[in-house]
Design a protein around this ligand. Sequence first.
Ligand code: AMP
Length: 219
Amino acid sequence: MGSNRSHLVLLGPPGAGKGTQAGLLRKELGIPHISTGDILRDEVQRGSELGIKAKQLMDRGQLVPDDVMVGIVRERIAAPDCKEGFILDGFPRSLPQAVGLEKLDGDLPPLVAVSLDVPLDEVVHRLGQRRTCRGCKTMYHLTLNPPETEGVCDRCGGDLYQREDDKKDVIQARLKVYQRETEPLLGFYRERGALVEVDGTGSAAEVFRRVLAGLEARA
Ligand code: AMP
């Protein structure tokens, strides 16, 4: 892409590959990848007041309140490393969050929302097979992208675990919340001419090529 100054939002159901594509975009563009899920999981691990409250909602697949999330993102994108842009993964997740983000935009280039389109039956399968590194947060898929040694992260040697909310019952709750709260954002960004829709099926490398092509076509 001509300029590295980018302001990207990744949309798609849980398990669509937002984290993986955001990581690849981070390397390509040299701007931070901000995962609100990772920020919350760090709070949970630290046992902060926010973490204790958030955990109860996260374990049930429910959303943390909009004002809390907008506050977290406001603080994070004010950091110096976000001056040239950033990639948001997992935020916004509701219309009030999208409106809140518009108000935080400052002098950044216009936002582009990349939607990863993956059928819901496939995301259910992907989430059930997903394992996450406790250390560097890299994600694996037990059959499509397994670690070299079972239970051990290839990247940092950390311990791989199944997130509480990647268990069967919670997956269904998360998908319902996605359809009700987050899917309407596709229309929100489409109306603003800011939506790039990408087929999110296939390998991470294939999807990444489509993401870059979609972004190039807009540049
Ligand atoms: P994720 O890692 O993006 O799948 O997020 C895991 C969980 O964290 C979600 O199911 C929510 O409970 C919470 N969460 C993450 N991002 C947000 C957000 N933008 N708004 C509300 N809750 C969020």
